[in-house]
Ligand binder design. Structure first.
Ligand SMILES: C[S@@+](CC[C@H](N)C(=O)[O-])C[C@H]1O[C@@H](n2cnc3c(N)ncnc32)[C@H](O)[C@@H]1O
Length: 429
């Protein structure tokens, strides 16, 4: 097993598309408590220019490995489908607008409420059967109907055409965060739950190809496993795999003793039919994690909620399992590459002290004349809206803030440790 200097932590990210404009923006600006001090203690810039400060983690562009793009194209070419563009768009929209399944308790609560409403409206002489029907009808009309997708060969190809690049980019971004912040981490083993097209293995190989020797792709769909294997072999069934050491499995390894340096679930938890299933899978994945558990979902409310639940579950689980000798903690939130809006949680084992020193920028950075608005998630979990100016915070921090993006780290020392200014912060003139 590989070792990491920081043996464990948790990383969280969700990106949403709201931005602040006009009067609302000004109102927020007036509430700013302020950022206090640039992290000069560690000479964080060294000889680097501000635009390359060490908190910058965003990736402007992510490209699919050429071999993967070629193999995907070949497979689509070999199996022409009618109106594929429309099907791709329909699946993209469907996945993006998907909600979490309604839990049975919630369904019961709603049914009881609707029954009361129906009884209030209608006369009490109607039969129980009719009442039942009316409640069911109202329930169907008002409840989100979550459906399990059956990833057969055709849906697999459509999914590949729709999501291969976006899925790859999001996971690559997550891996980049780990690599940039802990360059000495050299994972040897990886497991990908709900591996689908196998894009996680490709992203992991692009990041840690030198050290990784075993990639276990787990997917309940035999068609998806077959597709991933073909992609790996350049689009054929018999070619030489582009990445050595990739294994395909339909079930998670049974032994609780088998652990992997990196465990990933990308866009797969949202495929599980209930909260109970998600909890079971997550507990299993966390037990199988020796260093990092990377969870990626859509950058939607549903994706974010799912990952917050996952984070809370793992953080709350630490004393329950005898295998959990190393605790977990929040490492950071993060941001999307250009086209892909995603939520991400990376859970890991060990101590957060080093990894969590700087606050994370959680919204687009607003650059204004001589001041910059940064929304920060501080190491202690507090959210802070800071207006950074050169006069108040120094030229280094001001310039670093100006070149930073949503998802980057701002190199300031624990801003919440410092008392907020007595009057509302205003930008320097
Ligand atoms: C939306 S796809 C995600 C694929 C891939 N991770 C990616 O990022 O592109 C979800 C995958 O999870 C798989 N899946 C769903 N339920 C599963 C389960 N209980 N165990 C293993 N795989 C599952 C599906 O077959 C599908 O291939």
């Amino acid at each position: 097993m590989a070792t990491a200097r920081t043996p464990g932590f948790l990383l969280l990210f969700c990106r949403s598309c709201r931005s602040l404009r006009g009067p609302q923006f000004r109102a927020y600006a007036a509430l700013v408590p302020g950022v206090s001090q640039v992290d000069n203690g560690s000479d964080f810039l060294g000889k680097k220019p501000h635009r390359k400060h060490p908190g910058i983690l965003h990736l402007p562009h992510v490209q699919l490995p050429q071999a993967l793009a070629d193999a995907a194209q070949l497979l689509l070419f070999e199996r022409p489908m009618r109106s594929i563009e429309k099907q791709v768009q329909a699946l993209t929209n469907y996945l993006w607008s998907r909600h979490l399944p309604v839990e049975p308790e919630e369904l019961q609560r709603r049914a009881a409420y609707l029954e009361k409403k129906v009884l209030e409206k209608q006369d009490s002489t109607q039969t129980e059967e009719k009442l039942h029907e009316a409640v069911l009808h109202a329930l169907r009309k008002t409840t989100y109907h979550w459906q399990e997708l059956s990833y057969n060969e055709e849906l697999g190809l459509i999914y590949m055409a729709a999501r291969l690049d976006g899925g790859f980019a999001a996971v690559f971004r997550a891996f980049h965060e780990i690599q940039a912040r802990i360059p000495e981490f050299r994972p040897q083993t990886l497991m990908d739950f709900g591996s689908g097209t196998g894009s996680v293995a490709w992203a992991a190989h692009s990041t840690w190809g030198q050290s990784l020797r075993e990639y276990v792709c787990v997917d309940s769909s035999a068609a998806m496993l077959g597709l991933a294997e073909k992609l790996l072999k350049g689009g054929s069934e018999s070619g030489k795999p582009c990445i050595p050491g990739v294994f395909f499995r339909q079930f998670l390894p049974v032994s609780p003793k088998v652990q992997f340096d990196v465990v990933v679930s990308a866009y797969a938890l949202s495929e599980l039919p209930s909260r109970a299933d998600r909890i079971e899978v997550l507990q299993n994945l966390w037990r199988k994690t020796s260093h990092f558990l990377v969870l990626v979902e859509n950058g939607t409310k549903a994706g974010h909620r799912l990952l917050m639940d996952a984070r809370n579950l793992v953080l709350g689980e630490k004393e329950k399992s005898p295998l959990d000798l190393q605790p977990s903690f929040v490492f950071a939130p993060n941001k999307k590459p250009k086209e892909e809006i995603f939520s991400m949680v990376i859970l890991a084992r060990g101590s957060p002290k080093e990894a969590n020193r700087w606050p994370r920028i959680t919204q687009p950075v607003l650059k204004r004349p001589r001041h910059v608005h940064c929304h920060l998630c501080c190491p202690d979990g507090h959210m802070q809206h800071a207006v950074v100016t050169a006069r108040r915070h120094g030229r280094d921090l001001y310039r670093c803030a100006r070149v930073s993006c949503w998802g980057d780290l701002l190199p300031v020392i624990a801003p919440t440790e410092f008392p907020p200014p007595s009057t509302a912060e205003e930008p320097a003139p």
